[in-house]
Design a protein around this ligand. Structure first.
Ligand SMILES: O=C(O)CCC(=O)C(=O)O
Ligand SMILES: [Fe+2]
Length: 313
């Protein structure tokens, strides 16, 4: 396996909570995944003009918050119109990209364990004019844990956002703030006290970095890191991205997706193409695990008739 990241990337993630790795995925992977995006989000309905709800004052009856003249963005449901959980009705390329061996390796190294679980994986297409994608700075811990982030990053998790199209500023790259910058002004306390603290948002803006990069770029960040989605302004522009979140196995304080809850989805696309290591990320016991005996092997084979179970027997 070719190494796609360095110790320095993992060290930066550990220290700053975020790191961008350009060219993590190669041209063939990008091409195949892009083809799958066109299948699950057909039609590429991008407009010539960006939608700017902030200017139009369309954020309900509450006035949008002013940020040095420019109103502040907001997370809204219409940003998630083309947002889908795995498994997908398409090839194994998109179905398995969230558990690519190099992502698993990155997660293992970051979380300092061999035993990792995938707990979120979504394909997300954004199109110019479909929504105003500008968000305010926020941390993701709100829907990844019921409490607050641990001070030990290994007890939290690692989120990857991967771009499969070229993402320049006009294609809505994720913006983020390094932990050492946001810690300086007690960011987490202020965020918990008031999510819409304009002064806090202004301070975060001073340290804002962009994850913009060519197709294949990976952004890795933590649930305690301030970041925000930005708007797509390129006429006819679009951004294809995949999210992939890992936690240490057995960490019950972190969660988001319960895979069996999505049982009506085409799991055979994953079972028929994944390695035991990849399936283990979804909680499928590894070959040799006491779970596997004659009975469970034959019943599992009935559930997934085309799953090659030779390594489990
Ligand atoms: O799409 C992005 O770039 C980031 C979106 C985000 O941070 C969120 O919706 O929580
Ligand atoms: Fe977020």
């Amino acid at each position: 396996m070719t190494i796609r990241f360095s110790d320095a990337h993992v060290d930066t993630w550990r220290k700053e909570g975020a790191v961008v790795v350009p060219e993590f995925f190669n041209d063939k992977e990008i091409k195949d995944v892009t083809k799958d995006f066109e299948i699950i989000f057909p039609g590429r309905i991008a407009e010539d003009k960006a939608l700017n709800k902030k200017k139009k004052g369309e954020f309900g009856n509450k006035l949008p918050l002013q940020l040095s003249g420019e109103p502040m963005g907001k997370t809204t449901m219409d940003q998630f119109k083309n947002f889908e959980n795995i498994p997908f009705d398409c090839s194994s390329s998109l179905n398995l990209i969230a558990v690519h061996p190099s992502l698993i390796e990155f997660a293992r190294s970051a979380l300092k364990t061999n035993d990792v679980r995938l707990y979120q994986a979504q394909a997300w297409a954004k199109f110019t004019g479909e929504a105003d994608f500008d968000q305010a700075f926020h941390c993701d811990f709100g829907n990844h844990t019921l409490t607050v982030p641990s001070q030990d990053e290994c007890l939290n998790s690692i989120t990857f956002i991967i771009y499969f199209t070229d993402v320049k500023e006009e294609h809505g790259p994720t913006h983020y703030v390094n932990r050492t910058d946001s810690n300086g002004f007690e960011g987490m306390k202020r965020f918990l006290k008031n999510r819409e603290d304009v002064d806090h948002q202004k301070e975060l803006r001073r340290f804002e970095r962009s994850a913009a990069g060519p197709a294949g770029t990976l952004l890795a960040y933590g649930i305690d890191v301030f970041h925000r989605g930005t708007n797509l302004t390129e006429p006819g522009g679009y951004r294809y991205a995949m999210t992939s979140c890992f936690k240490k196995a057995g960490n019950d304080s972190i969660g988001y997706t319960s895979w069996p809850w999505h049982f009506t989805k085409p799991w055979q696309n994953i079972f028929e193409n994944a390695t035991p290591d990849q399936l283990n990320c979804f909680g499928v016991p590894m070959p040799g695990d006491p779970f596997w005996n004659e009975e469970t092997l034959s019943l599992a084979q009935l559930r997934y008739p085309n799953w090659n179970m030779s390594e489990y027997r």
